[in-house]
Design a protein around this ligand. Sequence first.
Ligand code: FBP
Length: 552
Amino acid sequence: MLQHEVTGSERDRSLFQQELSKRELHAHKAFLEDDKVLPPVFEPLVEMEVKNEKIARSFAHVEDLHVLQTKSRTSDPPRDKRVAVMFSGGPAAGGHNVLFGIQDALGKHNTLLGAKGGPGGFLQGDLFEIEDLSKVKNQGGFDFLGTDRTKIKNKGLLEQARRVCWKHKLDAVIIVGGDDSNTNAAILAEYLYQDGISVIGVPKTMDGDLQAGEYLPIPFGFDTATKVYGELVGNLLRDTTSSKKYWHVVRLMGRDASHVTLEVALQTKPQVALISEEIQHRRRTLQGIVDEMAHGIIKRASHGKPYGLILIPEGLLEFIPELKGMMDDVSTVMKKDAKILLDRNLEYRRKHIQKHLKGKSRKVYSGLPYRVQEMMTLSRDDHGNLRVSQIPTEELIVEMLIERINKLAPGLPLKTVTHFFGYEGRCGPPSVFDAWLGYNLGLTAGSLVLDGRTGYMSAFGDFDKGGRPYAVPLVGLVDIEERSGNKEFVIKKTKVTMADKAFRYFCSRRTSWLEHDCGANPGPRQYEGKTANQLPITVALNKGYKGPFFKL
Ligand code: FBP
């Protein structure tokens, strides 16, 4: 490589990124008229139900509960609309293409503004006009706008949001985010209804847990993250079957559901993959899980295989019934003593929590390694979520495995290496699927705004038939959940269920994966050829798609 190319990449990004930005953005045919983007209008498809009376009362302005599908526009699209967009929550690959999609749908006669730094920045009125997006086309990350996890949670903040809308003369606000952020969108849509300001959500999350049945089998970001992890885990499996000496214990990001772990397991076929939802369903104990793994490790060693790989979902501990109770009690003490714990170091917090926990919770907490105890005392995010990405569950599992194997098979050598694959997956350059999905979700969101809709989430389904845009009423997804002791509106997460075809397939294969060395290398993401258009395996299996490939 020439020196000027290396120096140039400080300003213009790497050659790879430059090449990616030359790739076309493919609009679905629903948005195209004579090869030009013409935002469609929407018509009702099927009616959704509101889950209960309280939700119906609190979102009283939502008049239309229909899932919408598109039909061709016969009149010119509206002009002079001012639309603000923000990213919210953790980054996910494909986000920048959402911005492209919105901009293309709005066309030249409307204005797109970006909020810097997520909902927090929006509330501060930190908005700018988005013009040239060429540098971020097909690029990962959320860096063009930035993001945060501010919850628009009370009347004061809702009023602040309204003032920002009036100040910037906004006709619409688009929130690109996960379940919590789309809950924000639903609440804001209701609040701004009388001002005539539309609020639209765009579904993103690498966790894959924001779904809406057939209309949204998967949000953008999941495919890229699982392909990045799939490559890394596949490489580790190859390494360990070569050197034959280590057990790799890998924790994968994805906090409230195990879609990521299940997908990566199906891609790579490791010796063990724990699925949190199954553990919760079977009411397993942590010791029981460790025992089972220890027996598997001992058996493999007796067959001359002192090596292997274990996948653990990031949120595992919260799914183990005996630990969940203790973690809820930790949250309660933290909430009660928030002032005392403010600005205190982790050691102080750990000791304080230990002292104030009672009975079984105290016993369970005290039995955990110090580092795990400390990380449980980190303040919850604005939405009340525990920061599970900071809890080194893989270290806890290894510690318990060593102890157990020492008892069951004294002298058996167990060499372990722990890993956490998290942030490195969610900001990779988008896969072909996420680049396409992000763009088309953006086109859908922009078209919804021009059609005067509010309280909807843009969606995309029917991938086996080339994809189809939909709009799902947010209130049809809202539920009530307990967070840090309060009952709150939240969009219900879609978890792995025991009936899912992908999970059942995994169950039918896992004994064989433990006994034999079946590990597969999915390899790096491709941008051309057959594997470039491969859908997540879990989505293809669950939806019963005949071919595993998605076609542009
Ligand atoms: P969302 O998509 O719901 O925002 O979460 C994605 C995620 O990557 C989780 O998997 C992870 O636990 C969390 O964000 C980490 O959050 P943070 O960026 O605040 O450390």
